[in-house]
Design a protein around this ligand. Structure first.
Ligand SMILES: Cc1ncc(COP(=O)(O)O)c(C=O)c1O
Length: 437
């Protein structure tokens, strides 16, 4: 019967619904208003920096698919390593058991971040942050001096689960949940020129109740690609250290080369006590999160008192296939070729930022490492809901470029394998857009 139906459709050419139409009927997408209904672009495959649509068109993935992709889509090396892992050990319980990919990945991460001592696995960026916050809170609990106050930067974004939302800025993303978020003291970001104000606010905020300070080092991503200097952050970290307060670096977005170095923390002279990683960790192939901590933090859990166990874990903790993807991405990251790609991309981005910063439509152009951001002038204030944003996505899609703005801030954050020709196409479209403003 199924064969007959299929044949009937095929022979008479009867229209089968498109993927976009089936999607519209069945799927609810993230960060997507439900009205007016807008069809999702149906993708059928990817290669390098390109995504290919059901409509036969190709799109340059200039936001690295929400900042996850490093080496290109469907990269054969990562795909092959995943395939081998899938037929060896796809996944296994991670409490009381372990496996080679998880151990090797932890070893290699610790090799790159030698001031860290242990790696705790989770599923994504939000859970990596949840783990860090819970670890910091229980660190104090286990020491017998419970503390619950968290200090964070204004404008921060740390994810969409409740702890991560609480640490983030109170804004349109979290408004509906406001009363349920725990209290966090938000201090100003140490932007160039306001480093002292930030440090003073921190000094005022840190007290005997403070459990941890959390920050997105050097670049606040979803908050609008806000950039600040490593020296200012190191001073902030040092002030926390002076008071014995653990520092959490949320490197979910900045990790794996995005800021020009392997980790943003590499640029800081003072090191954090915990680091959250996800996104680029697997090269954009599989969901995986990790939280690394120092021996000082871990030591608070070194007890045979079972009530002081860190009672946290997810069904898919340290998924072996995701760890294999991360190891493959790690291999590629270590290649001189990739480091050259990062260098070339950073150089290109800097040149474009310099070139466009005086455009009449650009209020501020900024660049750090491989990321460039352009804050556009607007009659309305800079915000995620700035009306400019509604024009950006369709404008660039029409030109074969995927750019999702943060309100009136357009940023370019592509996979490292993007070609110069593709980058030129992205910037040609961007300039064309600026002319319409
Ligand atoms: C700095 C930072 N932390 C945490 C997250 C949350 O990560 P995920 O979306 O994987 O939960 C993000 C996501 O954009 C992020 O940029």
């Amino acid at each position: 019967m199924r064969w007959l139906l299929y044949c009937g459709c095929y022979l008479c050419g009867m229209n089968t619904p498109s993927l976009s139409a089936r999607d519209r009927a069945a799927v609810w997408h993230p960060f997507t208003p439900q009205l007016p209904v807008q069809d999702a672009v149906a993708l059928v495959r990817g290669e390098g920096a390109l995504l290919f649509g059901e409509d036969g068109r190709s799109y340059i993935d200039a936001t690295a698919s929400w900042w996850v992709n490093l080496h290109g889509h469907a990269h054969p090396y990562i795909a092959q390593k995943i395939a081998v892992q899938l037929v060896t050990l796809e996944h296994a319980i991670f409490s009381g058991f372990t496996h080679e990919p998880a151990v090797e990945l932890a070893e290699r991460l610790l090799g790159r971040l030698p001031h860290m001592s242990k790696v705790f696995y989770s599923d994504d960026g939000s859970t990596a942050v949840e783990v860090a916050l819970k670890m910091a809170l229980q660190y104090w609990h286990n020491k017998g001096t419970p503390r619950t106050k968290i200090v964070a930067f204004e404008n921060a974004y740390h994810g969409d689960t409740f702890g991560a939302m609480s640490a983030g800025a109170r804004n349109v993303f979290s408004r509906a949940f406001g009363p349920l978020l725990f209290e966090v003291v938000h201090i100003p970001v140490p932007l160039p020129g306001s480093e002292d104000a930030s440090l003073n606010a921190l000094t005022e905020a840190l007290d005997e109740h403070t459990a941890a300070f959390i920050a997105e080092p050097l670049i606040q991503g979803a908050g609008g690609m806000i950039m600040y200097e490593a020296e200012a952050l190191s001073r902030i970290y040092q002030r926390c250290k002076d008071k014995g307060i653990p520092v959490i670096a949320d490197e979910v977005m900045t990790g794996f080369g995005r800021t020009g170095t392997w980790f943003a923390s590499d640029q800081c002279t003072v090191k954090p006590d915990m680091i959250c990683l996800s996104k680029g960790l697997t090269g954009g192939f599989m969901p995986l999160g990790v939280t690394l901590c120092t021996e000082e933090i871990h030591a608070a859990f070194l007890t045979s008192d079972r009530t002081r166990t860190f009672f946290h874990g997810h069904s898919y903790t340290a998924n072996a296939t995701a760890c294999a993807a991360a190891l493959a991405s790690f291999d590629l990251m270590e290649e001189a070729h990739t480091q050259q790609q990062i260098h070339t991309l950073a150089h290109f981005q800097q040149a474009q930022t310099r070139r466009l910063k005086n455009h009449r439509a650009v209020m501020q152009a900024r660049c750090k490492g491989t990321i460039a951001a352009f804050e556009l002038r607007s009659t309305e204030s800079t915000s995620y809901l700035n009306p400019i944003s509604e024009r950006v996505h369709p404008f660039f899609l029409e030109r074969g470029v995927i750019l999702r703005p943060l309100g009136n801030i357009i940023y370019v954050l592509p996979p490292y394998c993007i070609t110069t020709k593709q980058l030129e196409q992205v910037y040609a479209a961007l300039e064309e857009f600026l002319e319409t403003c």
